[in-house]
Write a protein that binds this ligand. Structure first.
Ligand SMILES: [Zn+2]
Length: 124
């Protein structure tokens, strides 16, 4: 798997041994490269927090700032859930939708459960 650069703006300023790269006398502390990164972008939570501190407000402004209160109603209160169909033995899951307002339950297939676009919610 290809290595990706941590997007933390200050990653190279943290003087850990694993960031010290190159050959003497040209060793420098460098941005970490990883095959796995937190949220696909950051080597650790510090770098994630650094990024958000620097760019979070710009990102919210770019993607859309919430300007009014949101309401949880019967129309948008459906959440996917599962429980174990049998308490012992098989890993047979019983998938269902639960409405957090009305407590109504409706059955759900495994593929519907795993389909992130499938929803009973009709509003935000
Ligand atoms: Zn980093």
């Amino acid at each position: 798997m290809a290595l990706k650069y941590c997007q933390g703006p200050d990653c190279h300023t943290y003087t850990t041994q694993d960031r010290l790269k190159g050959t003497k006398p040209n060793k420098t502390y460098q941005t970490r490269r990883r095959s796995y990164l937190h949220f696909g972008e950051f080597c650790d939570n510090r770098c994630y927090n650094d990024w958000f501190s620097k760019y979070g407000t710009m990102a919210v402004d770019h993607f859309g700032r919430l300007t009014e209160v949101k309401h949880l109603t019967e129309q948008n209160a459906w959440v996917k859930d599962y429980d174990w169909r049998s308490p012992y033995g098989s890993d047979d899951r019983n998938y269902h939708y639960v409405n957090k307002i009305t407590k109504e339950q409706r059955p759900l297939t495994e593929s519907q459960y795993n389909d992130s676009t499938y929803t009973l919610n009709t509003g935000e």
